[in-house]
Each structure stands twice: as C-alpha cells, then as structure tokens.
Write a protein that binds this ligand. Structure first.
Ligand SMILES: C[S@@+](CC[C@H](N)C(=O)[O-])C[C@H]1O[C@@H](n2cnc3c(N)ncnc32)[C@H](O)[C@@H]1O
Length: 211
C-alpha cells in the first residue's frame, strides 16, 4: 500500500515539475529580490569553503546547490532530485555560470544512493512543505544515514513574514499554490521533529519569507 502510494506520488511530482521547470526560475527573482535577506546566500555562508562534500536534497533547478558551489569553490556539491526536467535546468544554469564543483543526479530522496556517513553537510530547501509527513520522516532518516557523525543538516522552509503587507501577501498566495496542509506545516516544531530523528537542533535564522 505504502509503495503504491509513493509510486503515485513520484509520478505526480515528475509531471508537476515538468511544467513548473519552465517558470521556476522566476520564483527567486520575485520572492527573494533582497540579496542580503536571500536564504540561499545565508545557506552558502554557513558552509566553509573547504574540501567538504555537500548534498542538496530535492535540489530542483539548483538554486541552493549553485549558490553553495559558487560561494565555496573548494566544496563538492551534489544536487539530487526526482524531476529530470528540473535537473536539466540546474545543469544548464551551472554551465552558464561556469560552476564546475556541482553535479546533478536523478534520485529519490527516500532512497539516497550514497554510502552511509558520506557527506559533511546536507541541505534541503523549500521541499518539505509539499510532502506528507510520512515522506518527510523517510527523508530525514535517509539524510541522517548519509551525514557523517559530525555533519550538519540545513533546512530552508517558508515562514510567516513580520512586515504587515508581506504578511497579507503570504496569507493569500501560498493558499493558491501550496497543499491545503501548508499553514499547519508552518507550525512544525523543528526542534522536536529533528530531535525525534536523532538530530541535535542548533538554531534558526530568518530570511525573506523563510527560515
Ligand atoms: C519546490 S521545489 C524546491 C526546489 C529547490 N530545492 C529550491 O529550493 O528551489 C521541490 C522539489 O522537490 C523535488 N522532490 C519532491 N519529492 C522528491 C523526492 N522524493 N525525491 C527527490 N526530489 C523530490 C521536486 O521534483 C522539486 O524539484
């Protein structure tokens, strides 16, 4: 039953992102115009520019993957995603930006095809909010497996903005595009959830519409 459910989820994701891959690039331009408060910059700044291995899970068109690879040229950064179409955009973007330390692989985040303890850092940005809790749980287990014992996980997710106009916009637009559980998702206690999967919670920073 669970396998059937996951298989239909995968085909829905591939179909949806075949279409969205054509316009996904617009999102960062519209939502994160302020470079200083861009969560991808914040993420890239957290990772040391050393010979470390970074995995970007559900990388999509590589916005976070490329931000990390560009800022930290000594890192090896691998992006994985289910959608071939999103990965194609990511590869083209890396070539256009002459970034040579990133690579992109088609893979399911619930079955990461990497040995245990093989990454220093794992990131997942703006993907969990689209998933049912069972899938988030499976992915957290896989991330915990591939991270080295002293490795770190960085999650970027949507968050209510403080500015009143932004707050109103945020209460309207996600209702049009996101799953009906979106507002409930925003209430997740990450410290508690991550603790249940054996992660030690280190803290949270706030960026434009995100944390
Ligand atoms: C909203 S996009 C986020 C993309 C990117 N991380 C970003 O920050 O822009 C969600 C991505 O998650 C991918 N995805 C969803 N479920 C997945 C799974 N089980 N394994 C791998 N990728 C998955 C989708 O194909 C899509 O590219």
């Amino acid at each position: 039953m669970r396998c059937k459910y996951i298989a239909s989820y995968e085909s829905r994701v591939r179909t949806l992102y075949r279409v969205l891959s054509k316009i996904y690039g617009l999102m960062d331009l519209i939502v994160f115009p302020n470079k200083k408060a861009n969560p991808r910059k914040g993420l890239a700044n957290q990772i040391p520019d050393e010979q470390v291995r970074v995995l970007d899970v559900c990388c999509g068109t590589g916005n976070s993957t490329i931000a990390i690879g560009k800022k930290n040229i000594n890192n090896t950064v691998i992006g994985i995603d289910l959608s071939r179409d999103m990965l194609k955009v990511a590869r083209n973007k890396a070539i256009k930006n002459k970034i040579t330390n990133t690579s992109f692989i088609e893979m399911n985040a619930t079955k990461l095809d990497f040995p245990s303890c093989s990454f220093d850092f794992v990131t997942i940005s703006l993907a969990f909010h689209e998933m049912p809790q069972e899938l988030i749980d499976l992915i957290l287990v896989e991330i915990g497996r591939v991270l080295k014992p002293k490795g770190k996980l960085y999650i970027i997710e949507w968050d209510w903005p403080k500015h009143p106009i932004a707050y109103v916009l945020f209460s309207i637009f996600p209702s049009l595009f996101e799953p009906k559980e979106f507002k409930q998702f925003l209430k997740i206690d990450w410290k508690q959830l991550l603790g249940e999967f054996g992660f030690k919670y280190l803290g949270m920073e706030h960026y434009t519409f995100t944390k």
